[in-house]
Design a protein around this ligand. Structure first.
Ligand code: ADP
Ligand code: MG
Length: 425
């Protein structure tokens, strides 16, 4: 069914604060109502847009702060029709939005990123094939880790010995280290695949990691592309724990190479929107290590949250600008930054996972200068759940590190070794 309403003319910007011919306010929509949707909604509202969220959960973090919240399943025809009726342009905040829903929306509305790009990012097998294609024919390109796709007993048998020990990852629906198991040998591999219900998977060689990084680009419908500075990321138990951004966080040649690879990955998808690509720096004995591409997210990313406080254009504003067809100035980092994820575990420091949740000591934390607290409005603090994050900014990298380590100690986050300052040996 075609929805009533005012259709945006492709290529014509959706201007903020505009009253349309239909009498509606210019409205931007998002599929998914998690914390990424919430920060998108907040960025859109800051610029004067109305917002609409489609998420079945009545208490979804984005639904709670949006002008409109459509509470239906993602593939519900009426829900999608309502979203189209409300919105001039629609984006997505998590990669597992069913891509047929995006196809439906895309037939009538600007949808950024497009369904095809989202479908590729949803499936590790398709994603890796895209990375391999992007890496072909360019001398300086970045390949994925050695891997094999497994979707039959024959392919399981045929896995080359050099991929073991490895990491078996489900092709779909994995996140925050979920849906993956480390396997030492063929017996463990076969048992792990059985345990995963023999769904399509990839087996990746387990690599000795020296570091991890990510690059976030924003690409407009005209093909113009801008980027945030490359982020250095520390994961714990498969979940992002710390992001560091400052001029000395990574060897410049490595960061530049990752940026070029990310641009190629976005270009070859004809991507419109914000795209994050994660990389491994593999310890191969050389001083800098070798770059390997890991995975991509067709949306803003946890490793880009610092941009809200440390850049003059955040990743969420970039998402708004790309979907609305607004200009895309190159973002500038105006402060060195550290982002610390706040997982539900921090609410259970004294009582253990089964006990009563207790809020972390916010008053003590907020005494620290340069600490920016972001909480996502989630009511129950389960271990491993992303409840919020902190960004720490400051006049120098040293100051940021000292404050961030103090904040971590106060909250019960394990310390880490920060990267050296710019110009340090
Ligand atoms: P997710 O979708 O859960 O983020 P990833 O593939 O990014 O899945 O894996 C999560 C983390 O697990 C990575 O950031 C990295 O720390 C570790 N990891 C994943 N694959 C490998 C690998 N092949 N070798 C070594 N570590 C890995
Ligand atoms: Mg990852």
């Amino acid at each position: 069914m075609m929805p009533a309403g005012t259709f945006s003319i492709p290529g014509k910007p959706v201007l903020p604060g505009q009253t349309l011919a239909s009498g509606q306010q210019a409205t931007l929509g998002v599929m998914g109502g998690g914390q990424l949707g919430r920060m998108f909604v907040q960025a859109a509202q800051e610029m004067g847009y109305f917002t609409a969220v489609l998420d079945p959960d009545p208490a979804s973090p984005a639904g709670l702060v949006s002008h409109f919240h459509i509470q239906t399943p993602y593939e519900d025809e009426q829900g999608l029709a309502q979203l189209m009726q409300r919105c001039e342009a629609i984006t997505t905040e998590f990669e597992n939005v069913p891509s047929p829903a995006l196809v439906t929306l895309g037939a009538h509305r600007t949808v950024a990123p497009n369904a095809k790009a989202v479908a590729i990012a949803q499936d590790r097998i398709a994603e890796k094939a895209h990375f391999v294609a992007c890496a072909q024919g360019t001398p300086d390109s970045v390949p994925p880790a050695p891997y094999a796709a497994i979707d039959s007993a024959e392919l399981l048998q045929a896995v080359p010995a050099e991929l073991l020990p490895g990491v078996l990852k489900t092709a779909r629906l994995g996140y925050d280290g979920k849906g993956q198991v480390r396997v030492k040998d063929r017996a463990e591999l076969a048992a792990a695949w059985d345990q995963m219900g023999r769904v399509p998977c990839v087996l990746e060689k387990l690599l000795p990691l020296k570091d991890e990084l990510s690059v976030i680009v924003a690409r407009g419908a005209t093909g113009q592309m801008v980027n945030l500075p490359a982020q250095r990321n520390i994961h714990r138990d498969g979940i992002l724990a710390v992001t560091e951004v400052h001029p000395g966080n990574l060897p410049p040649a490595l960061a530049e190479r990752a940026l070029r690879a990310t641009r190629a990955i976005a270009e070859q998808l004809n991507y419109v929107g914000v795209l994050c690509v994660e990389y491994f720096v593999v310890d191969d004995g050389s001083p800098e290590g070798t770059l390997v591409v890991n995975e991509m997210a067709p949306r803003p990313h946890n490793s880009g949250h610092y941009s809200l406080n440390a850049c003059d254009v955040s990743q969420f504003e970039l998402q708004v600008r790309t979907m609305a067809g607004l200009p895309l100035p190159q973002p500038r980092l105006h402060s060195p930054a550290i982002m610390l994820n706040l997982l539900g575990d921090l609410w259970h420091r004294d009582s253990g996972a089964g006990g009563k949740a207790k809020a972390p000591p916010w008053l003590e934390l907020l005494k620290l200068p340069g600490v920016h607290l972001h909480l996502y409005g989630k009511l129950s603090a389960r271990p491993g759940r992303k409840m919020g994050h902190l960004t720490i900014t400051g006049a120098s990298w040293d100051t940021v590190c000292i404050t961030a380590l103090a904040a971590a100690e106060l909250l019960g986050i394990d310390p880490w070794t920060p990267s050296a300052g710019a110009g340090a040996a």
